[in-house]
Write a protein that binds this ligand. Structure first.
Ligand code: DAH
Length: 440
């Protein structure tokens, strides 16, 4: 439902781990999507703008650290969260910026990253350079232009991406660093980092998650003796490498390759594995567009690249049922994992009961589910487990009504009726005032 490009949603582990896939699934464009914008500035003239304007009014909330250190750079709250219409970053997102779950060796995300490192170290004699501390604040050029994302691609909209200002975003994929690292002369590298996307709410979607990017550049010597052309050579090497990685992580599984589309690769593929009786999308990859190589001083070369979402793989490998758990500091979660132990199965601690609250309203033209979810998360934080559209109709006058069911549930404790009622009351109030919808 979220206004986004069609993500790969072929399995129960639906995830927006991959941004640019065309294959459609649960998510699709809606009639209420923010119109395409060729740049952040263009977005500001669209209906997205009023929503951004509305969202910034929530920012009185949680007290947050005033500055944090990221990638050797001090990031002050004021550098990220600004009371300006071209900024759509809530405090809930700012507080995630320094956390770097992928650099914690006892955290499932860090354990998985290290397991992938091990695969590359042992198969490529430590030749892959590793980056896992690059600042998630990047330019629009790095995030989109440098990897050839079209000017009118929906991922550039304020509805989908967190903008600090019209030229600066929180990276929405680790591909944002490809061009820069290639230009510095690296030919084999892995980039791991936290990435940020505005999205809807359920057990597999969270606005911050982690990706790993891999790139391998070849020179003519590499393919000339093979008798293959450069693209065929790179594609074959890519598939061999990634099939090996999938076996390293999942054991002897059945796999299949699916042709797909990414702006930065041609041909482009997706790897799926058959795991626990379902086809699971593992990663996206392809042969790097020649234009990217040319611009980075690699005109005579060919390269492959891949990107994978760490949460979706970790959820499967460790049996973690809810993506919010990755962020909990509850010892009953954190104490279950240890360094180097890939695939230890998580034992759920007693599940607390959910509490459901419905709300119906007449939407307007600028309404988007991502904006709704941002308002709800701003109030309820990680107490909100799911926001689900359960009814949708248009009356004779052309007015459209949506009914959403909000599931509140804490991972850590029982919630009282009183506290949920208070949250729901605030949600109703702010949804009405910020999104300019009419409650029914
Ligand atoms: N950046 C893509 C995404 O987030 C994932 C990806 C696909 C990265 C293909 C790549 C690639 O490097 O070659 O959806």
């Amino acid at each position: 439902m979220a206004v986004a490009m069609a993500f790969a949603q072929s399995t129960a582990f639906s995830s927006r781990a991959l941004l640019f896939l065309h294959r459609s699934g649960r998510r699709s464009f809606t009639a209420f999507s923010v119109p395409y914008s060729s740049s952040a500035t263009a977005a500001s003239s669209s209906s997205a703008f009023s929503s951004v304007d509305n969202l910034r009014r929530q920012k009185w909330r949680a007290p947050v650290a005033s500055a944090l250190e990221r990638g050797g750079v001090k990031i002050a709250r004021d550098d990220v969260v600004r009371d300006e219409p071209t900024n759509n970053i809530p405090d809930t997102i700012f507080t995630k910026l320094g956390q770097q779950l992928h650099r914690r060796n006892q955290h499932p995300i860090g354990i998985l990253k290290n397991a992938i490192y091990d695969y590359f170290d042992s198969n490529y004699e430590n030749k892959f350079d590793k980056f896992d501390d690059l600042c998630p604040i990047v330019t629009v050029k790095q995030n989109f232009d440098d990897v050839l994302v079209p000017a009118d691609h929906v991922s550039r909209s304020y509805n989908d991406t967190y903008y600090i200002d019209p030229q600066t975003v929180l990276r929405c994929h680790t591909s944002a660093h490809q061009a820069e690292i290639l230009s510095k002369g690296h030919t084999q590298f892995l980039v791991t980092g936290d990435v940020y996307r505005r999205d809807s709410i359920d057990s597999t979607h969270y606005p911050v998650f982690h990706q790993m990017e891999g790139v391998h550049v070849f020179s003519p010597n590499d393919w000339e003796s093979s008798g293959q052309d450069s693209t065929a050579y790179a594609a074959e090497d890519l598939k061999k490498c990634l099939e090996g990685l999938a076996r390293h992580l999942f054991g002897a599984v059945e796999m299949r390759w699916i042709d797909t589309y990414f702006p930065f690769t041609d041909p482009s593929f997706e790897l799926e594995i058959y795991f626990q009786e379902k086809w699971l999308e593992v990663l996206g990859c392809g042969v790097t567009e020649q234009e990217i190589l040319k611009r980075s001083g690699n005109s005579n070369n060919v390269a492959w690249a891949f990107g994978l979402g760490l949460e979706r793989l970790a959820m499967v490998l460790f049996d973690i049922p809810d993506i919010r758990l990755f962020w909990t500091t509850d010892e009953r979660f954190t104490s279950q994992f240890s360094e180097g132990q890939l695939g230890v199965k998580f034992k759920p601690f007693s599940k607390f009961p959910p509490c459901y609250k419905d709300m119906s309203f007449w939407i307007n033209e600028s309404f988007t589910e991502n904006n709704l979810c941002e308002v709800i998360r701003g109030i309820a934080g990680d107490l909100v487990e799911e926001v689900c559209l359960i009814d949708n109709f248009t009356n004779k006058k052309g007015m459209t009504s949506h009914c959403y069911r909000i599931a509140y549930r804490s991972m850590e404790r029982s919630l009282t009726d009183e506290e949920i009622n208070e949250l729901q009351w605030k949600v109703r109030e702010q949804v009405e005032s910020h999104l300019k919808v009419v409650l029914r």
